[in-house]
Design a protein around this ligand. Structure first.
Ligand SMILES: *Cc1c(COP(=O)(O)O)cnc(C)c1O
Length: 246
């Protein structure tokens, strides 16, 4: 990756910067419109740029455009990318949004500030142990499966409150709120409405756990309408990914 100096960007990089600036302003306008329609203040909504499959140079350009929250779904890709961006100031906040194996927790806690995909007791225990070892405090969102099908990760709705309580009781972890991916074949408005109701179960465990991570490129409007506080946006910002990586 070519180093990005303070000087004028080389041709290719300047072109990419312009492309990202344009898509960023389109996404910010969509968020502003969705907030206006929902009677919400857009400052309540954090945009997370999901940069999976895109190079660290794109993360650096987005940082230059004011994006400070970045999401990744695979540790093998995220760890080197976070290292390549560790010099940026203000520092980036890395969000781990993908299904997470317990043997990757030791690596993830070193760069991630927030893990969105906490969906089982064994993962809570592993994240807590690794966070304490690393001397870090990791904000955890409990992921709920809105169609109760395990394929895309997420705990069944009935297990959410128990899992949230486990996170709240685990030293090294902070309960942040909840997260979901809209299931296929269910209207996003309906799915996110269910998520909002489940968020109340999490806040009953800890009233400070107000984060609701929902909404991707195709359904951010529905997510904002349902009360999402964190949007995970990939394609609409960075462009299409090769089919292999979703
Ligand atoms: C890839 C991904 C996103 C971003 O999806 P887009 O449709 O590209 O905006 C959001 N959340 C998770 C969990 C992802 O894996």
């Amino acid at each position: 990756m070519p180093a990005e100096d303070d000087g004028p960007l080389a041709g290719e990089s300047a072109g990419r910067r312009a492309e990202l600036a344009a898509s960023l302003s389109r996404v910010r306008a969509r968020i502003a419109d969705a907030c206006a329609a929902a009677g919400r203040d857009s400052r309540e909504v954090t945009l997370i740029a999901v940069t999976k499959t895109f190079p660290a140079s794109d993360v650096r350009l987005l940082h230059g455009l004011g994006v400070l929250d970045v999401g990744e779904n695979r540790d093998q890709e995220a760890a080197p990318k976070a290292a390549a961006c560790a010099d940026l100031r203000p520092a980036l906040s890395w969000h781990f949004v993908g299904q997470l194996q317990t043997n990757k927790c030791g690596s993830v806690v070193r760069y991630a500030r927030v893990v969105h995909s906490v969906d089982r007791p064994r993962l809570v225990a592993a994240l807590g142990a690794q966070a304490r070892r690393a001397g870090r405090e990791i904000t955890c969102l409990v992921q709920v499966s809105l169609d109760d099908q395990p394929g895309r990760g997420g705990a069944p709705a009935g297990r959410l409150a128990g899992l949230a309580a486990q996170v709240a009781g685990e030293r090294g972890l902070l309960l942040g709120g909840n997260m979901a991916v809209a299931p296929l074949g269910v209207p996003p408005r309906e799915a996110f409405g269910r998520l909002a109701a489940l968020a109340a179960d999490v806040r009953r465990v800890d009233p400070r756990a107000v984060m609701v991570s929902a909404g991707m490129s195709a359904d951010l409007e529905e997510a904002v309408a349902a009360g999402a506080t964190h949007l995970r946006i990939g394609t609409a910002l960075l462009g299409g990914r090769p089919g292999l990586f979703r």
